[in-house]
Design a protein around this ligand. Structure first.
Ligand SMILES: Cc1ncc(C[n+]2csc(CCOP(=O)(O)OP(=O)(O)O)c2C)c(N)n1
Length: 296
């Protein structure tokens, strides 16, 4: 059986959900973030299918982290992007740009209609984020190993300004094989950047291989601690646990390194933990099957 063709124009506009504050109560915050993540995944897979390009596996593994940050944690007012005190976010694994764009739209930081142009000629929504084209994007990424150095500079600038703003950066675990990350980690510890939080998407897969078979990272938490950071391990798909970790007061004088245990392709059965789904594009039947799993 073949599903009807799915095109960009079929994609319903993602509703602007906006940010929910802690005053709504923990259960309401979790429900808001969970629903946001579901809708972002539904939108993202349609964007990738319509574009014929994207990195669905590594996008789906970080959407719960992105939704938790943008729909609750980050102190960013869409009307005041020039506020020097607002929080900062860098997507270091820039190949997951589609997930970032859909999340920005859900958060009210990007026109949802723009999602239909994802990776089309002349679109501002390139396959890797570009801050000169999308105002809510903080840093240009794509070449792996650059986002954490950018985030360290951003956090250091905040510290020198005496600002309470926080900087978050999401990296891939395969990306941690880039030496620039470890230089940046030494610098962050040296400057005692406690308002910096790095989140590694520990899905244990990289492009075409398992990380452990390529250049093993373990014992990762011990290495991070030895570099002067505070490691925290969390289930990267548990919205309540992510909220608690991100809202936790920083450790004095130490940046935080969140090891988010995730599943590449989550929660789609045929994609989960499957190395084939790094940048494979789902066909119409596969999109329909994925959307069925994302019905509730
Ligand atoms: C410097 C650099 N080398 C190679 C690539 C090509 N590339 C894009 S994604 C990727 C795999 C990254 O693995 P990981 O960081 O674990 O990301 P995830 O599996 O979570 O998507 C590679 C090698 C790149 N973007 N930059």
């Amino acid at each position: 059986m073949s599903a009807a063709p799915i095109t960009a124009s079929d994609a319903s506009v993602l509703p602007v959900l906006g940010r929910i504050g802690a005053e709504a109560g923990r259960e309401a915050v979790i429900a808001h973030v969970r629903e946001g993540a579901r809708l972002i995944r539904r939108r993202d897979i349609r964007m990738i299918h319509a574009a014929g390009l994207g990195h669905v596996g590594g996008e789906f593994s970080i959407i719960d982290v992105l939704a938790t940050l943008y729909l609750h944690v980050l102190n960013i007012d869409p009307e005041r992007l020039d506020d020097p005190e607002r929080d900062r976010f860098i997507l270091s694994k820039g190949h997951a740009a589609g997930a970032l764009y859909a999340t920005l739209a859900a958060a009210g930081l990007l026109d949802p209609a723009a999602l239909d142009t994802f990776m089309q000629p002349m679109s501002k929504l390139n396959g890797h984020p570009d801050r000169t084209k999308v105002s809510a994007v903080e840093g240009n990424t794509g070449p792996l190993g650059h986002g954490l150095p950018i985030a360290v500079g951003t956090a250091l600038a905040g510290k020198l300004d005496g600002s309470p703003r926080r900087t978050f950066v999401v990296l891939g675990d395969g990306e941690l094989q880039e030496g620039s990350n470890w230089e940046a980690m030494m610098t962050a510890a040296h400057y005692r950047l406690e308002h910096l939080t790095a989140i590694v998407d520990r899905n244990r897969l990289q492009q075409g291989a398992r990380v452990a078979d390529t250049n093993d990272l373990e014992p990762l938490a011990d290495k991070v601690r030895a570099f002067g950071w505070q490691p925290i391990e969390v289930d990267g798909h548990d919205h309540g646990a992510l909220i608690d970790v991100f809202n936790h007061a920083p450790t004095a004088g130490r940046p935080t390194f969140v090891i988010a245990h995730t599943i590449k392709g989550h929660p789609i059965t045929f994609m989960s933990d499957n190395v084939a789904w790094h940048h494979k594009v789902p066909n119409a039947d596969q999109v329909a099957a994925a959307l069925a799993e994302l019905e509730t």
